[in-house]
Design a protein around this ligand. Structure first.
Ligand code: AMP
Length: 214
């Protein structure tokens, strides 16, 4: 089963993708993670996209489609793929459709995670992650453990994303509404879309996604 998690920044796509990876053996393809890895390793592409990402704008379709193409040709995912943060434009959605056809694969479900804007701002500005395993924390609802160690892996590398601040978030939200939200209609028209309430608790959202996957 190949699925897309669609939703604005802070909707919980990464958190739910990690659950699906653990529970169903699916492979998570997050273009945001791939771009951050390119920055950390200092590749030419990583340097090129750094300022665009920090400001909260979208990097070019060419770059992200290239990243996804590379992953799809090298990965083996019997449990299926979770596309997390991709596609974000209509051109990316078309490209993904073509890539899947080339591979003889199908897109089985698009899960839209609905969250209101105020909740997004609160979530994003309180967010931190474990730099070692990716576990997501929230200063209010799931604070980084007092002993300084990640509850999942024991690592001590608490990190905050450079673009998790109010200014970048405004740009990211605008990019979502202008460039990505048309995909809701696009996939609805194709008959692939299911929407879930992303404001519920993590386990309730997971249960809604399980139901939506059938
Ligand atoms: P994310 O981790 O999904 O929130 O992505 C972080 C940033 O990476 C975004 O704000 C964009 O600058 C860039 N990015 C990630 N995925 C895409 C994509 N599919 N298309 C364009 N830019 C992307």
């Amino acid at each position: 089963m190949n699925i897309i998690l669609l939703g604005p920044p802070g909707a919980g796509k990464g958190t739910q993708a990690r659950k699906l990876v653990d529970e169903r053996g699916m492979v998570q393809l997050s273009t945001g993670d791939m771009l951050r890895a390119a920055r950390t390793s200092g590749t030419d592409m990583g340097k090129k996209v750094a300022a665009v990402m920090d400001a909260g704008n979208l990097v070019t379709d060419e770059i992200v489609i290239g990243l996804i193409r590379e992953q799809l040709s090298s990965d083996n995912a019997p449990g299926g793929y979770i596309f997390d943060g991709f596609p974000r434009t209509l051109a990316q959605a078309d490209a993904l459709g073509n890539l899947l056809v080339e591979m003889g694969e199908t897109l089985d479900r698009v899960i839209e995670m609905q969250v209101d804007d105020e909740a997004l701002v609160a979530r994003i500005t309180a967010r931190s992650t474990c730099g070692d395993c990716g576990e997501v924390y929230n200063d209010q609802t799931k604070p980084w453990p007092a002993d300084g160690k990640c509850s999942n892996c024991g690592g001590t590398n608490q990190t905050r994303r450079a673009d998790d601040n109010e200014d970048s978030l405004k740009t990211r939200l605008m990019a979502y509404y202008k460039q990505t939200s048309p995909l809701v209609g696009y996939y609805y028209a194709k008959g692939d879309l299911k929407s879930v309430n992303g404001l519920a608790s993590m386990d309730e959202v997971a249960a809604s996604i399980t139901k939506a996957l059938g």
